[in-house]
Design a protein around this ligand. Structure first.
Ligand code: MSS
Length: 363
C-alpha cells in the first residue's frame, strides 16, 4: 500500500484525518467526516486546484488586492478595500466539484477519483456583484456572460489559454453572485481563493474562481480551454467542445453520511446531506432496502436558504442483517435524483442515488 500522503504546505492547516489526500492539488472530505451540521468546518472542506496555488503571502494584506472590472459602462480597477465599502451580504452555499462522484463511473473517467467528499456547505461574505456593477454604470449592451479570471501566475512558454482558470457563467447569475472575502466568518484563506473569490451560489465549483483578478461582462464565453472544451458533458469517448452543456447549475443530490459500515440491531439514526443547487429542496426519501421502499427523512437544523445543503435524518428500526441504504432528494421544482448514472466522458454531475448508497451490516 502507498504511504498516506501528507497535506501540501498551502493546506497544512487542514485536519488531515478528515481528508483523503488524492494529490497536492486535490483533497476530499472523508465520508465519515462530513457530519450532520449545516456548515462544513473550514479545516474539513475539500480542496481542488487546477493550477498550483499562489503563495500564502497573497492574503497578507487582503485589502490591497486588486480586481479589474470590465464590460461595464465605467470600467475600473477596485481593491478589496474599495469593495468592502460598496455593499455586503452573507450567503450559505454548497461548493461542489463538477467531478464529485466520478469514482463511481465504471468506464474509469479520467481525473481525480472523487467519491462523495468533493463538496461542502460554507458561508460566504462579500459584496453582491450586482452592487459593484450598478456602481460602475451597469453591464455594457449585449453582455451575455460574466467571465472571471483566476490570479495564479502562469508559467512561461505555455499558451496561457490552455491553462488559465477563466470561467464564464450566464449573466442571470448576477442575481446571486458575489465577490467574497470571508468564508465561515473568517478572512478567506488563499487555500480557498483569498483575498477575493467569485462565488456563484448553486453553480459547480469550477465557476467559483479563486484569487479573482479580472471580471468582465462579455458577449461570448471565454475561449480558455477550461471553458471551451473543459467541464463539458459529452458521451464517453467524445472530445470536449463549446456546443456541449457546460458545468454551470448543480443538479439535485444527496448521500448518506452515517452509518457507513455497521450498526447495532434496533434503532439506528440514518444521517445524510442533500441540496438542490439553485433550487430549494422539497424532501429527501431514504430507503433501507436498496430503493424498493422509501420513507421521508426529517430535515435537521436551520434552513440556510436555497443554495445551502440540508442535513437530514431518518430513525429506522433494523433487525440484524445487511442493508443497502440509499437516499433520494427532490427539489421544489419536482426534479428528483435518477437511479442510475448519466454516463459521460469525464464523470461530471453524478447524482444517481444507487451508486451513492452504502451497504451496512446490522448485528
Ligand atoms: N479558481 C482558481 N483560480 N484556480 C483553480 O484551480 N479550481 C476550481 C475552483 N476555482 C480553481 C478555481 C475548481 S474545479 C473547484 S472544484 C473549486 O475551485 C474548488 O474550490 P476549493 O475552495 O474547495 O478548493 Mo471542480 O468543478
Amino acid at each position: 500500500a502507498d504511504e498516506p500522503k501528507s497535506l501540501p504546505d498551502y493546506a497544512a492547516w487542514k485536519e488531515r484525518n478528515a481528508l483523503i489526500v488524492h494529490s497536492t492539488n486535490t483533497m476530499e472530505t472523508q465520508r465519515g467526516a462530513i457530519g450532520n451540521g449545516v456548515i462544513t468546518a473550514s479545516d474539513r472542506l475539500f480542496v481542488r486546484n487546477n493550477l498550483p496555488a499562489p503563495p500564502a503571502s497573497v492574503t497578507d494584506n487582503p485589502d490591497v488586492w486588486e480586481v479589474r472590472i470590465e464590460g461595464v459602462k465605467n470600467p475600473r480597477t477596485l481593491t478589496v478595500g474599495d469593495l468592502k465599502q460598496m455593499g455586503v451580504t452573507t450567503v450559505a452555499s454548497v461548493l461542489q466539484c463538477s467531478g464529485n462522484g466520478r469514482a463511481f463511473f465504471p468506464h474509469g473517467a479520467s481525473g481525480t477519483q472523487w467519491s462523495v467528499g468533493a463538496a461542502g456547505c460554507v458561508m460566504w461574505t462579500g459584496v453582491p456583484l450586482a452592487d459593484v456593477v450598478e456602481a460602475l454604470g451597469g453591464p455594457v449592451d449585449g453582455a451575455r456572460y460574466i467571465t472571471a479570471t483566476g490570479g495564479e501566475s502562469l508559467p512561461d512558454g505555455i499558451d496561457p489559454k490552455t491553462i488559465i482558470v477563466e470561467r464564464s457563467v450566464p449573466t442571470k447569475a448576477l442575481k446571486t453572485a458575489l465577490l467574497a472575502w470571508e468564508m465561515n466568518d473568517e478572512p478567506l484563506t488563499h487555500t480557498h481563493g483569498g483575498p477575493l473569490r467569485m462565488v456563484v451560489p448553486g453553480y459547480y465549483g469550477v465557476n467559483n474562481v479563486k484569487y479573482v483578478k479580472n471580471l468582465a461582462f462579455t458577449e461570448n464565453q471565454t475561449d480558455a480551454k477550461i471553458q471551451a472544451s473543459g467541464y463539458r458533458v459529452r458521451d464517453v469517448g467524445v472530445k470536449g467542445s463549446p456546443d456541449q452543456p457546460s458545468m454551470w447549475e448543480m443538479n439535485v443530490k444527496s448521500w448518506v453520511t452515517a452509518p457507513l459500515e455497521s450498526g447495532p440491531k434496533g434503532r439506528n439514526m440514518i444521517y445524510g446531506v442533500a441540496f438542490g443547487g439553485t433550487v430549494a429542496l422539497e424532501k429527501v426519501d431514504v430507503s433501507v432496502d436498496g430503493g424498493k421502499t422509501w420513507k421521508q427523512a426529517r430535515f435537521l437544523g436551520p434552513d440556510l436558504g436555497p443554495n445551502a445543503w440540508r442535513p437530514f435524518v431518518l430513525a429506522a428500526d433494523l433487525p440484524a442483517g445487511e442493508y443497502r441504504i440509499v437516499s433520494r432528494a427532490t427539489d421544489m421544482q419536482g426534479n428528483t435524483q435518477p437511479e442510475g448514472r448519466i454516463e459521460n466522458e469525464r464523470g461530471y454531475g453524478h447524482n444517481g442515488w444507487s451508486d451513492h448508497g452504502v451497504t451496512v451490516a446490522i448485528s
